[in-house]
Design a protein around this ligand. Structure first.
Ligand SMILES: [Zn+2]
Length: 358
């Protein structure tokens, strides 16, 4: 058995196929869908990216080139059946909602749906999706606090971040809210920080913190660098599609972008990290974020095999299993689902037949 088939053998032995009732959230409606986790966390299809780059005069194309340090994952929060990836790509391209003709004032690098993947803004350019404005770049500040194994963030009474109880040189933003025309201001507490935390880095000596701000819309401390320094991906959650397939496809795209931009799993952020918005809402409310990151890890591992020249194909032997690894339904009682994985490298074809109890 070669190393690719061995890798799948390990997945087959350790990964559970599971079914979960998920709630798909969007502004038109909220609907339930049964998610089935696929035969392995790997999606057996190649990335088919349709280039549909906005024209240079497009108001939602910024044209500034910035280094990319994050990947930002969104969902469209748009459950309308006709609001496919193509719909969203056309909406960015034409700067208006293509159904209502209302002006559209946002953009993102990619949109992923059951109908494919569209590329709208070049990866190295700024796009308008993260809600943190475009005036601030990803910046790290030396906190003056010596690095240690422990990292516990706090905020002092005079509004500086603290690490492990020690005051840093980095100021925390103030809470700000307008009530009846009056601005209420107070020092933030850690409860005001978005639930993905704030950017932290270390060198051999010191802790560093990223640039943060207080987002008045969502009333959370959030991070800068979303619009300028991340590649934004929208994932479609439109009714009538297999929403989980769109997230699996998104994970595959994220793995490729990590590889191309020399980024790691911890560089994948939710839109929430940059604004406090509940996005990607469907992953968040169904507690699927960690599993989504796991999909990216598996895709990243297998991408290494693909880069070495392996072609990988799944041959299903069950009516429930699609050639891309998606399970259309689960049998009523426990059953072995059989499939073969075939690899080709330098004209050498190898295969192995697996059985998965589901
Ligand atoms: Zn979003």
């Amino acid at each position: 058995m070669n190393k690719v088939l061995e890798y799948f053998n390990k997945l087959n032995n350790t990964e559970e196929v599971f079914k979960k009732e998920i709630v798909v959230c969007g502004w038109q409606k909220i609907f339930k869908q049964t998610m089935i986790s696929s035969i392995t966390p790997y999606l057996f299809e190649s990335l088919d990216i349709k280039e549909h780059i906005a024209k240079e005069k497009n108001e939602n194309r910024d044209l500034r080139i910035k280094p990319k340090v994050y990947i930002t994952v969104h969902d469209t929060g748009d459950t309308g059946a006709k609001h496919t990836a193509k719909f969203w790509s056309d909406t960015v391209y034409k700067e208006m909602w293509v159904d209502t003709k209302e002006p559209y004032k946002a953009s993102f690098q990619y949109v992923v749906g059951n109908d494919g993947i569209y590329h709208n803004i070049p990866d190295n350019e700024v796009a308008y999706h993260a809600g943190d404005t475009t005036q601030y770049d990803y910046t790290l500040y030396n906190t003056g606090v010596k690095v240690s194994d422990k990292f516990e963030l706090g905020i002092s009474e005079d509004s500086f971040y603290t690490i492990n109880g020690e005051k840093t040189t980095v100021p925390a933003p103030m809470f700000e809210k307008e009530v009846d025309g009056k601005v209420i201001k107070r020092v933030c507490t850690v409860d005001d920080i978005n639930d993905q935390g704030i950017c932290m880095a270390v060198d051999d000596e010191y802790f560093y913190l990223g640039e943060t701000y207080f987002n008045k819309t969502y009333e959370k401390i959030a991070n800068r660098g979303g619009n300028n320094n991340s590649i934004g991906i929208e994932t479609c959650v439109n009714e009538g599609t297999n929403v989980w397939l769109s997230f699996m496809r998104c994970a595959k795209l994220v793995a490729k972008l990590l590889d191309e931009n020399d980024l790691e799993i911890y560089d994948i952020k939710q839109h929430h990290f940059f604004s406090g918005k509940n996005c990607p809402q469907t992953l968040r409310v169904n507690n699927l974020w960690e599993y989504f990151l796991h999909l990216v890890e598996v895709e990243k591992d297998i991408l290494e095999f693909v880069k070495e020249g392996y072609q990988i194909k799944l041959i299903p032997h069950s009516e429930y299993l699609e050639p891309n690894g998606v399970l259309t339904k689960l049998p009523k009682c426990v059953k072995g689902i059989e499939y073969t994985i075939e690899t080709t490298k330098d004209d050498v074809v190898e295969s192995y037949k697996y059985v998965k109890l589901v």
